[in-house]
Design a protein around this ligand. Structure first.
Ligand code: C2E
Ligand code: CA
Ligand code: CA
Ligand code: CA
Length: 279
């Protein structure tokens, strides 16, 4: 048994070693990508599912590798948070997206709203508020068109330290959305502490609608909650017309998902915005 234990340990430690090296390599490449601005912002439309009009856009970061391949945020945001690289990355996303929104705004899309994701790590930066305000100021976008998406987890973890920050943002007219709503938390009391405007129903509840009875119940409950607290609702991950029917019949009008459009680069979004008659 001792022998076996030792060899298992060796395999394990070898694997750990490899994983560690891969991670060090990833951090190094990510740092270079940030320095060389090998990042890009993609946009996914939010749709009024009744009229099929685009009402807003969510900015989603992409890493464009040397060979042109695209690396998704799930592969580098966690590492970026651990290493502090999340700050320059997020600053880049916010600035790029607001600058782009201003262009679309000037093209006549004056109601188009923009959502940007914020991570918990960013909230710990004392400069965040000033940075957000300076970007609004420099780009000249109306602050009420900017929405910040924070996950439920971030709201809960920061319940004490960041209420002031969020109220200050609201004072400025910036909108706050709770991302991935409904995942993993049973207490809703935090909703009372924050000046939240929007709930985004997590994709995991939407994907098996309308057949999955539990998901149908949960979705209905979130819709009721939003209605009674006077919050806006966005359904994430809408992929089928059946989901659209289910959601709109129950009063959830705004949807985002591959049925309407995948996240696309700004040039393609410009085409979509100037050409489309509704999706
Ligand atoms: P999220 O904020 O929940 O963003 C929605 C994700 O769902 C996006 O993945 C989007 O491409 C995907 N999605 C949208 N519609 C559908 C659909 O119909 N079906 C399916 N299967 N997926 C759909 P993406 O772009 O890979 O982003 C993943 C996550 O990375 C985001 O989840 C967000 O948490 C994070 N992220 C992305 N950009 C940023 C950023 O600039 N800053 C920070 N802090 N996090 C970001
Ligand atoms: Ca989001
Ligand atoms: Ca989400
Ligand atoms: Ca998500």
């Amino acid at each position: 048994a001792k022998e076996l234990g030792r060899s298992v340990y060796h395999v394990y430690s070898h694997k750990l070693h490899e994983e560690l090296n891969a991670r060090i390599e990833l951090v190094k490449r990510l740092r270079e990508a940030v320095e060389n601005e090998h990042l890009s912002v993609y946009y996914q439309p939010k749709i009024d599912m009744a009229s099929r009009r685009i009402v807003g856009l969510e900015a989603l970061v992409r890493w464009i590798d040397e060979d042109g391949s695209i690396i998704g945020p799930d592969e580098f945001i966690p590492v970026a948070e651990d290493t502090g690289l999340i700050i320059p990355i997020s600053n880049f996303v916010l600035k790029t997206a607001c600058t782009q929104l201003k262009r679309w705004h000037d093209m006549g899309m004056s109601d188009l709203q923009l959502s940007v994701n914020l991570s918990g790590k960013q909230l710990q930066s004392p400069d965040l508020m000033d940075y957000i305000l300076s970007v609004i100021d420099e780009t000249g976008i109306p602050s009420h068109l900017l929405e910040l998406e924070l996950t439920e987890q971030v709201f809960i973890e920061n319940i004490k330290s960041h209420t002031n920050f969020m109220h200050a943002l609201r004072e400025e007219g910036v909108t706050l959305a709770i991302d991935d709503f409904g995942v993993g938390y049973s207490s809703l009391s935090y909703l009372k502490h924050f000046p939240v405007n929007v709930l985004k129903i997590d994709r995991s509840f939407v994907q098996d609608l309308p057949d999955d009875k539990d998901d149908a119940t949960i979705t209905q409950t979130i819709i009721n909650l939003a209605n009674s607290l006077d919050l806006e609702l966005v359904a994430e991950g809408v992929e089928t017309e059946e989901q659209v029917s289910f959601l709109t019949e129950r009063g959830c009008i705004i949807g985002q998902g591959f049925l309407f459009s995948r996240p696309i680069p700004s040039s393609e979004m410009t085409e979509l915005l100037t050409r489309y008659e509704g999706l």
